[in-house]
Design a protein around this ligand. Structure first.
Ligand SMILES: [Zn+2]
Ligand SMILES: [Zn+2]
Length: 229
């Protein structure tokens, strides 16, 4: 437990009181045991969030307009449990584990790439005590020896959970904007990160805003794809 302190910056006090148990099998010791970690690595594949096809490379052959993308898998099974526990119980140790699962599967990117977390609503940050999207992006970026940049600023404090698909699509376009203080460089690879793709409204809005601002190299990274249906 003490060894985790360096990686988690601020520990949830509850983490100190009870030992972690593996969310997959209940084994005491860690939030994800080695066997369950291997299960995720071998049973979850990189899925295109747009057409849901499994793919081996970053580019989806069916979706030419969508950027290169890596997604850990569908939001189901143990991956769904981990994401739920991280987001709604704020278990930081799970965030650390999810970040390492993603970092291990990502290829190396050019040196001038940067990770860009999609902005989280301030209400969620307040409720959860931290920005869970930034939390993971920061750790993945560190493991890949890259910077993390908060490129987007929220312009509306809309919360997407529970909104229907059409409402989400309409809200996303106006929910955030590129920080006017940040210059977009056409030679930089912007690695967008969000935890879960549901309708894709937020991610598609982010891609469009970056492209409109002059970005030429965009990669999308996700923990999981889900659907409202
Ligand atoms: Zn396990
Ligand atoms: Zn596709």
């Amino acid at each position: 437990m003490l060894l985790n302190v360096k990686n988690t910056t601020v520990m949830n006090p509850l983490d100190w009181l009870a030992p972690h148990t593996c969310r997959g099998c209940g084994l005491i010791g860690n939030v994800l045991c080695a066997r369950c970690k291997k299960y995720i690595s071998t049973n979850f594949s990189n899925i295109c969030p747009v057409c849901k096809h499994e793919k081996s490379g970053l580019k989806c052959p069916h979706c030419p307009d969508f950027p290169e993308c890596f997604c850990l898998g569908k939001r189901e099974d143990i991956l769904a449990l981990l994401i739920h526990d991280f987001k709604y119980n704020s278990t930081r140790a799970i965030g650390v584990t999810l970040a390492s699962l993603l970092a291990e599967r990502l290829p190396d990117f050019p040196e001038n790439s940067c990770f860009v977390p999609l902005p989280t609503s301030t209400r969620h940050v307040r409720e959860r005590g931290f920005d869970h999207t930034y939390f993971i992006a920061k750790r993945v970026a560190k493991k890949k020896h890259l910077k993390v940049k908060r490129l987007f600023v929220r312009t509306a404090n809309t919360v997407q959970v529970g909104s229907d698909r059409n409402t989400r699509l309409a809200q996303a376009e106006h929910a955030f904007a590129i920080n006017p203080k940040v210059a977009i460089n056409e030679n930089t690879t912007y690695i967008l990160f969000d935890d879960v793709w549901t309708t894709g409204a937020s991610m598609n809005a982010a891609i469009k805003k970056l492209r409109d601002a002059g970005a030429r190299k965009i990669v999308v990274t996700l923990l999981a794809t889900s659907s409202l249906d």
